[in-house]
Write a protein of this length. Sequence first.
Length: 330
Amino acid sequence: MSKKILIIGLGSIGQRHLRNLISLGYKDICLVRRNANVLKGFSKLKVFKSIFEACKNEDFNTAIITTPTANHFKDFLDISNYNIQNIYIEKPVTHSVEESLKINEIATQFSLNVVVGYDLHFDLGLLKVKELLHENTIGKICSFQVEVGQYLPDWRPNEDYREGMSAKKTLGGGVMLDLIHEFDYTNWLFGPIKSVFGKNKQISNLEIETEDISINIIETQQGVLGTISLDYLQKELSRTCKIIGDQGTIIWNYKESKVLWMTHNNIVWQEFIFTHIERNDRFVSIIKAFMDSSFNNLDERLSTVNNSIESLKMVVCAKKSNKENKFLEL
């Protein structure tokens, strides 16, 4: 069956998905964006001002939602009215657990293929880490340290960071939702999660309404203890995960495209290096996997709505924990 695709929202990630779909050979693509001017290089594509207008004029079987997080729920509800079977929602699924549960309910009721865009599941380094853990390379997992930070004004150099989604509470911004990848892959590698203690605040001189620092302590159902540290502040990108087992250690370094591991029986660092992979390759991989998937045939690397609810619960619990100053169970 041929794919007729509607992309809703055309910010930086929407443009990336559009270019990648075209590179994969998909041509039957329409756009929904508030500014109906077609981007340079895409003059042949039809652009509509609303989902209603698009679906009134065309029949789609695939939709990709890349609007601000706070709009995801409404956009999904609008899309679900038009019998569109394949829906990709950029992460996070929403900023509300209640909304995400409703999306999951609708997706299940109507057998919709709904995927949430956690592209780090396609990072070769994290896939290698998952393989090493599956093989019990470092024995029983005891603890982990997850960390990511990058200076917000550098994220999108051609945009004013103060006006973007990250800076606005009403749009679902803040370092915890922006960098929810870290909560997601923590659950993916070590879950299920039992409890969270979080501290987060806006502490720097960035001109934003949202938190720019988030420090969290995590306990899994298996009794593993870990930390997740997020910030909008580090001028040089830092993104790492260190896992300590009772028989060794694994380190994933995203920036250096490298996984290192050492065991008690082999005290020499072994390396898995994937510097030949470009950042966009994993975005190509995830959108291709989505386009090749269906409700009953889903690539195991793809995140369902049900999967994504768990990481959202972690964020919501961490924010509530900050206010109540205590550990909270998921």
